[in-house]
Design a protein around this ligand. Structure first.
Ligand code: PMP
Ligand code: GLN
Length: 380
């Protein structure tokens, strides 16, 4: 293993899902739905395979999908992107993040991340030869301190990577915070990389893409993924929207990472992005009910529940139940209780800030949430 990758170990998702399988645990850890997305999307993928759409497609994405993504950005956010020169399709948001950092960061450049961060960020920044500069979102409300963000910016800063709605906290950044971040990007001539994969899972307030703020579209790489919105995480189709010069640079990396993304899934998702309003409203209503069910159950068990405004995760404080260490708690849980969860301290550069927290996923049917809660009554 190269020096670059030393210390990254095995991702916490692999570790916890392995324990869940080994002990037959209810998996409230890794964030994937235990149900499929809509039939019309599945049928479109099957039809595309039958119709022979099985070879490489255009490197930057199937033209119909790029057009559908551009139409989606216009419809929900009033953001205009040219499908051919400004929208690009990848094998998941994970690849989009990695290719963006490869394309835009030189060795020694610094990228500001908010911790806790989705675990691929720090690895992707490091693989690009850049250096992560980490700003803490402080529990329990996960606000950042403006002076801490300002202090993280140096002459070497190239980009701020912002994830809202935020995994694992469920935080949706407030407009005032976005305005502050946008102001810094403009003042110090930084690129904003925004991970918006949970854009349609917002229960309080609304999702505001940073690119919609004045002066931000031209300096923002907006990243999202169809995995969360359409409940097909295993299809791994993500995208970026960015001005032509930034898109061209990122494509330069993408063409040598994967070149292009699975063709039949792109045909299917071209239908998905133009789904009717009832689909998107139904998605939120279903997830809100799941969120409320799990939060209520965890509260009754005695956890300190930090109810999320967005995403399909909830953070809980484990101290009221007499536990102090998230990793110990989550390693014990599958075997002793038959439930799996995620210890968020692996999403921190300063793990002490997250030791008392545990993340639970509610992208699960009611029977699974109820069974998980029932088993948790046996907590030692
Ligand atoms: N960013 C965040 C914040 C995520 O939670 C995830 C999904 N786990 C991803 C990116 C990756 O998305 P994809 O599966 O499309 O690569
Ligand atoms: N994004 C999902 C989560 O946060 C899982 C990602 C993964 O398995 N790498 O749980």
């Amino acid at each position: 293993l190269t020096a670059r990758l030393q210390g990254f170990g095995t991702t916490i998702f692999t570790e916890m899902t392995r324990l869940a399988i080994q002990f037959g645990a209810v998996n409230l850890g890794q964030g994937f739905p235990n149900f499929d997305g809509p039939d019309f999307i599945k049928e479109a993928a099957i039809a595309a395979i039958r119709a022979g759409a099985n070879q490489y497609c255009r490197m930057s994405g199937l033209p119909e999908l790029n057009r559908a993504i551009a139409a989606h950005q216009q419809r929900f956010y009033d953001l205009s992107y040219d499908p051919d020169s400004e929208v690009t399709v990848y094998s998941g948001a994970t690849e989009a993040i990695c290719a963006t950092l490869q394309a835009l960061c030189d060795t020694g450049d610094e990228v500001v991340l908010f911790e806790p961060f989705y675990d691929s960020y720090r690895a992707s920044v490091t693989m690009a030869g850049a250096v992560p500069k980490v700003v803490t979102l402080h529990a329990p409300d996960f606000a950042y301190r403006p002076e801490e963000l300002e202090a993280a910016i140096t002459p070497k800063t190239r980009a701020i990577l912002l994830n809202s709605p935020h995994n694992p906290t469920g935080k949706v950044f407030a407009r005032g915070e976005l305005e502050h971040i946008a102001g810094l990007c403009k003042r110090f001539d930084l690129i904003a990389i925004t991970d918006e994969v949970y854009e349609h899972l917002v229960y309080e307030g609304s999702h505001v893409p940073l690119a919609t703020l004045p002066g931000m579209r031209e300096r923002t790489v907006l990243i999202s993924s169809s995995g969360k919105t359409f409940s097909f995480t295993g299809w791994k189709v993500g995208h970026t929207c960015a001005p032509p010069a930034l898109s061209a640079a990122i494509r330069c990396a993408h063409q040598f990472v994967t070149f292009c993304t699975a063709t039949p899934f792109q045909h299917a998702l071209a239908r998905a992005f133009v789904a009717d309003d009832a689909f998107f409203a139904g998605l939120i209503a279903e997830y809100r009910a799941r969120r409320d069910r799990l939060c209520q159950g965890l509260r009754e068990l005695g956890f300190g529940v930090l109810a999320p405004a967005g995403t399909y995760f909830v953070m809980t404080d484990i101290r009221p139940l007499g536990y102090a260490d998230d990793v110990e708690f989550c390693r014990m849980l599958p075997e002793q209780v038959g439930v799996a969860a995620i210890p968020p301290s692996s999403f921190y550069e300063h793990p002490a800030a997250g030791r008392h927290l545990v993340r639970w996923a509610f992208c699960k049917t009611d029977d699974v949430l109820d069974e998980g809660l029932r088993r948790l009554q046996k907590l030692p």
